[in-house]
Ligand binder design. Structure first.
Ligand SMILES: [Zn+2]
Length: 137
Protein backbone atom coordinates (compact mmCIF):
# COMPACT_ATOMS: atom_id res chain seq x y z
CA UNK A 1 0.00 0.00 0.00
CA UNK A 2 1.40 3.38 -0.98
CA UNK A 3 1.70 6.20 1.51
CA UNK A 4 0.18 9.59 0.79
CA UNK A 5 2.52 12.12 -0.83
CA UNK A 6 0.90 14.98 1.07
CA UNK A 7 2.44 17.06 3.82
CA UNK A 8 0.76 17.39 7.18
CA UNK A 9 0.03 20.74 8.83
CA UNK A 10 3.02 20.31 11.14
CA UNK A 11 5.34 19.87 8.14
CA UNK A 12 5.74 16.10 8.48
CA UNK A 13 5.02 13.56 5.81
CA UNK A 14 1.45 12.32 5.75
CA UNK A 15 1.30 8.74 7.04
CA UNK A 16 -2.14 7.85 5.73
CA UNK A 17 -2.45 5.32 2.97
CA UNK A 18 -2.86 6.82 -0.49
CA UNK A 19 -5.65 6.15 -2.90
CA UNK A 20 -4.48 4.62 -6.16
CA UNK A 21 -6.22 7.24 -8.28
CA UNK A 22 -4.49 10.29 -6.83
CA UNK A 23 -1.47 9.03 -4.92
CA UNK A 24 -2.82 10.98 -1.98
CA UNK A 25 -5.07 10.20 0.97
CA UNK A 26 -8.59 11.56 1.29
CA UNK A 27 -7.29 14.54 3.25
CA UNK A 28 -4.73 15.57 0.63
CA UNK A 29 -6.48 14.57 -2.56
CA UNK A 30 -6.72 17.80 -4.62
CA UNK A 31 -9.95 16.64 -6.24
CA UNK A 32 -11.49 16.49 -2.79
CA UNK A 33 -10.38 20.01 -1.91
CA UNK A 34 -13.78 21.54 -2.50
CA UNK A 35 -15.55 18.93 -0.42
CA UNK A 36 -12.99 19.38 2.33
CA UNK A 37 -13.43 23.14 2.22
CA UNK A 38 -17.17 22.74 2.62
CA UNK A 39 -16.67 20.55 5.69
CA UNK A 40 -14.16 22.98 7.13
CA UNK A 41 -16.25 26.09 6.60
CA UNK A 42 -19.25 24.39 8.14
CA UNK A 43 -17.22 23.68 11.26
CA UNK A 44 -15.71 27.16 11.31
CA UNK A 45 -19.09 28.82 11.07
CA UNK A 46 -20.04 27.33 14.42
CA UNK A 47 -18.62 29.57 17.14
CA UNK A 48 -18.75 27.03 19.98
CA UNK A 49 -16.67 24.53 18.03
CA UNK A 50 -14.04 27.22 17.41
CA UNK A 51 -14.00 28.03 21.10
CA UNK A 52 -13.71 24.38 22.03
CA UNK A 53 -10.76 24.04 19.66
CA UNK A 54 -9.07 27.06 21.22
CA UNK A 55 -9.70 25.70 24.69
CA UNK A 56 -8.21 22.38 23.72
CA UNK A 57 -5.06 24.09 22.45
CA UNK A 58 -4.70 26.06 25.69
CA UNK A 59 -5.14 22.96 27.80
CA UNK A 60 -2.49 21.21 25.72
CA UNK A 61 -0.14 24.11 26.36
CA UNK A 62 -0.76 23.86 30.11
CA UNK A 63 -0.09 20.13 30.01
CA UNK A 64 3.13 20.69 28.07
CA UNK A 65 4.25 23.44 30.46
CA UNK A 66 3.61 21.26 33.51
CA UNK A 67 5.47 18.41 31.89
CA UNK A 68 8.36 20.69 31.01
CA UNK A 69 8.47 22.08 34.54
CA UNK A 70 7.65 25.60 33.37
CA UNK A 71 4.35 25.73 35.18
CA UNK A 72 3.66 25.12 38.87
CA UNK A 73 1.35 22.15 39.41
CA UNK A 74 -0.96 24.14 41.68
CA UNK A 75 -1.22 26.94 39.14
CA UNK A 76 -1.95 24.36 36.47
CA UNK A 77 -4.70 22.82 38.62
CA UNK A 78 -6.34 26.23 39.00
CA UNK A 79 -6.06 26.83 35.26
CA UNK A 80 -7.59 23.47 34.43
CA UNK A 81 -10.46 24.30 36.77
CA UNK A 82 -10.96 27.59 34.95
CA UNK A 83 -10.89 25.77 31.61
CA UNK A 84 -13.52 23.40 32.93
CA UNK A 85 -15.73 26.33 33.91
CA UNK A 86 -15.25 27.82 30.44
CA UNK A 87 -16.19 24.51 28.89
CA UNK A 88 -19.39 24.47 30.93
CA UNK A 89 -20.23 27.96 29.71
CA UNK A 90 -19.62 26.99 26.10
CA UNK A 91 -21.94 24.01 26.59
CA UNK A 92 -24.52 26.25 28.25
CA UNK A 93 -24.28 28.79 25.45
CA UNK A 94 -24.83 26.07 22.91
CA UNK A 95 -27.83 24.76 24.84
CA UNK A 96 -29.37 28.24 24.99
CA UNK A 97 -28.84 28.70 21.25
CA UNK A 98 -30.43 25.35 20.53
CA UNK A 99 -33.39 26.14 22.78
CA UNK A 100 -33.82 29.54 21.18
CA UNK A 101 -33.82 28.15 17.67
CA UNK A 102 -36.26 25.45 18.78
CA UNK A 103 -38.51 28.06 20.35
CA UNK A 104 -38.43 30.09 17.17
CA UNK A 105 -39.40 27.06 15.13
CA UNK A 106 -42.17 26.17 17.59
CA UNK A 107 -43.54 29.70 17.42
CA UNK A 108 -43.63 29.55 13.64
CA UNK A 109 -45.39 26.19 13.85
CA UNK A 110 -47.92 27.48 16.35
CA UNK A 111 -48.60 30.50 14.20
CA UNK A 112 -49.13 28.32 11.15
CA UNK A 113 -51.43 26.11 13.14
CA UNK A 114 -53.37 29.09 14.52
CA UNK A 115 -53.91 30.36 10.98
CA UNK A 116 -55.14 26.94 9.93
CA UNK A 117 -57.41 26.63 12.96
CA UNK A 118 -59.25 29.90 12.33
CA UNK A 119 -62.00 28.56 10.01
CA UNK A 120 -62.71 25.71 12.44
CA UNK A 121 -62.97 28.17 15.32
CA UNK A 122 -65.49 30.27 13.40
CA UNK A 123 -67.51 27.17 12.64
CA UNK A 124 -67.51 26.08 16.30
CA UNK A 125 -68.61 29.56 17.32
CA UNK A 126 -71.50 29.52 14.87
CA UNK A 127 -72.53 26.09 16.06
CA UNK A 128 -72.62 27.06 19.73
CA UNK A 129 -74.65 30.17 18.90
CA UNK A 130 -77.09 28.00 17.04
CA UNK A 131 -77.51 25.55 19.90
CA UNK A 132 -77.99 28.33 22.46
CA UNK A 133 -80.70 29.79 20.24
CA UNK A 134 -82.40 26.47 20.26
CA UNK A 135 -82.23 26.31 24.04
CA UNK A 136 -83.77 29.75 24.32
CA UNK A 137 -86.56 29.01 21.86
ZN1 LIG B 1 -2.36 12.60 3.16
Amino acid sequence: MNTCAGIKRDGGRCTLSAQASSGMCWLHDPSRAEERHRHASRAARSKPSREVAGLKEEIKTVIADVRGGELDRNAAAVMIQAFRALKDFIALERQIKETESLEGRLEALEQAQANQAKPAGVWRGAHSTHSSNRKGG
